[in-house]
Design a protein around this ligand. Structure first.
Ligand code: GLN
Length: 526
């Protein structure tokens, strides 16, 4: 197993995740099987209980793991499916060490960070890497070098660098090269952060620098000299027009070749150019569709990262540009008349969400889309609210609601999943991950997926109440995807496009292979 360990210096938000995913993609293009692990040094067991306001979207894996959004980037760049063990957190590590201690597995020893915590980290990394059957395992250490939280993880990879042959490990350090007001590229932050890394016993093999413009030769020489890496291992990752350009940029600066040499990876002869071709299509889009996303976390795009990515994948394959506007649902509650502003969009999307805030505004938006035949895509909560809207305004079930928002509604058309009723813990207790759905023959769902059985990822506690299905269907909404008596898809026939799913198709969309509902949504606007 070859390991590539990616650390970050100077500050967070430099694009370490994209760098990691891009390195992986380039190695995959060369014919290697690549996997990736994200280390998140926080105490949470997983990202499931974290607010999208704080940490961006919670990404959901096929096995139901609720993980950091970087795993979404890994899945999209590597076109793979990962499992929850690929996201290692302090919480998970301590949880298992503490339970081993309670079982007496440490044979009376004092349990300490070194070696017990670090051994647990190394065991987990090696186990996950081996299980994946990959040739190369990328390990991204979250946070910035010097953070207290990440110390045990950095110590664990330091130990690995002594235990493994040197050609099995490459350390990539991602740093910032800012420009001063005179426009000079400054290397001091990089020097300091490499110094900090060295104090921990780690020496980078490659330095990837984030900078507004390409690194000048003089800057490369200076970093090489002060940080003790060859010039060819100082890589310029300057601002790109689009994150999908990053693999091509790193390739251009020779990062893949350098890594292959360092890791003694012999050439497989493979040369997959599908990523480059996808980027070429992305740079040649014609026309534009305008999509309004009516949600709650609208000022933070990271909160809906996979949705943005899915729109992008679909637009690229449809050959059309896209303009996404984030609309705060609460505006339509405070100023109901402003809902007519939605007529300027070619399509309206209501994403998933939790809690009552903004729901009535979203329902107004859905009503406007339905009545004015604007293509509509509803995801999870966006499906539940479209059922509520239809029940109230078409099926005559006045004040219909979800028991999530109104326990005393006369028509609980959305209700808690029976198995959720006695659940008290918040973490990892929802209906999560892959479930299949049978699609009704002749439905829009069957048409857009081109098959009669699908598997998609889930994350919810509430669902369509089966007691109201007959009444709602009698008024014209069709539940065209079902998992036994669980409603997975709602559609309204005769519309340009009205499709809503209980699942989250956005988690399985890939560059070059868009999610079918997203693709059909965009096609309906052309
Ligand atoms: N709050 C809703 C539920 O729990 C929808 C969840 C979601 O959109 N992910 O069922």
């Amino acid at each position: 197993m070859k390991y590539i360990i990616v650390t970050g210096g100077v500050m967070s938000g430099l694009g370490k995740g994209i760098t990691t995913a891009s390195i992986g993609r380039n190695l995959k293009n060369k014919g290697y099987k690549v996997t990736a692990i994200k280390i998140d040094p926080y105490i949470n067991i997983d990202a499931g209980t974290m607010s999208p306001f704080q940490h961006g979207e919670v990404f959901v894996l096929k096995d139901g793991g609720e993980v950091d959004l970087d795993l979404g980037n890994y899945e999209r760049f590597l076109d793979t499916e990962l499992t929850r063990e690929h996201n290692l957190t302090t919480g998970k590590v301590y949880e298992s060490v503490i339970s081993k201690e309670r079982r007496g597995e440490y044979l009376g020893k004092t349990v300490q960070i070194i070696p017990h915590i670090t051994n647990e980290i190394k065991d987990r990394i090696r186990r996950v890497a081996a299980k994946s059957g990959a040739d190369v395992c990328l390990i991204e250490v979250g946070g910035t070098v010097g953070d207290i939280e990440s110390m045990p993880f950095l110590e664990a990879v330091r130990q690995m660098s002594r235990e493994e042959p040197k050609e099995n490990l490459a350390f990539v350090h991602v740093t910032l090269v800012p420009m001063d007001p005179q426009g000079d590229q400054k290397t001091k932050p990089t020097q300091h952060s490499v110094k900090e890394l060295r104090e921990l016993g780690l020496k980078p093999n490659i330095i990837v620098t984030r900078c507004p413009e390409p690194l000048l030769e003089a800057t490369v020489s200076k970093i090489s000299l002060f940080c003790d890496v060859p010039e060819e291992a100082v890589i310029s990752a300057h601002d790109a027009k689009d994150i999908y350009e990053v693999p091509l940029m790193l390739e251009k600066y020779g990062l893949t070749d350098y890594l292959m040499k360092h890791l003694e990876l012999s050439s497989t002869g493979a040369e997959d150019d599908s990523w480059a071709k996808m980027v070429e299509r992305m740079n040649n889009l014609k026309g534009e569709v305008k999509i309004g996303i009516v949600g709650k976390y609208t000022h933070l795009e990271d909160s809906y990262l996979s949705i943005s990515a899915s729109i992008k994948h679909a637009a690229i394959e449809c050959g059309v540009n896209y303009d996404v506007c984030w609309i705060n649902a609460e505006t339509f509650e405070e100023h109901p008349e402003t809902v007519t502003s939605l007529s300027e969009y070619d399509g309206i999307l209501v994403p998933g969400g939790f809690g009552e805030r903004g729901t009535e505004g979203k329902i107004k938006a859905i009503q406007f889309a339905r009545e004015n035949d604007i293509p509509y895509l509803g995801l999870c909560l966006g499906m539940q609210l479209s059922v509520i809207e239809f029940a109230r305004n078409v099926a005559g079930l006045e004040d219909a609601n979800s028991t999530e928002f109104d326990e005393d509604t006369p028509y609980p058309v959305i209700d808690i999943l029976p198995e959720q009723e006695n659940v008290v813990d918040m973490g990892a207790t929802m209906r999560l991950g892959d479930y299949d759905a049978d699609l009704r023959s002749g439905s829009l769902a069957e048409k857009i997926y081109g098959q009669s059985k699908i598997v998609e990822r889930h994350r919810h506690r509430y669902e369509v109440n089966p007691n109201y299905v007959e009444k709602i269907e009698a008024s014209g909404m069709v539940f065209s995807g079902k998992n036994r008596n669980r409603m997975e898809i709602a559609e309204i026939p005769g519309k340009k496009f009205f499709f809503a799913s209980q699942f989250h198709p956005e988690f399985k969309s890939r560059p070059g292979r868009p999610s079918p509902p997203f693709k059909a949504f965009i096609e309906s606007m052309l």
